[in-house]
Write a new protein. Sequence first.
Length: 50
Amino acid sequence: MQKTKTQLTEDGRRKNVPKLLEEIRLRREQLPTDIEWPDSTAMIREDRDR
């Protein structure tokens, strides 16, 4: 059975998944942890009240 170009691309993407997940993990570790993010619920209510 001969693989099509699309199948080859899909296979390549699947092989890259562990590498991508590792890159994401490393980037998340570099993010500052002392940031207080606003509550999205409060922001949505504020928008609706305008």
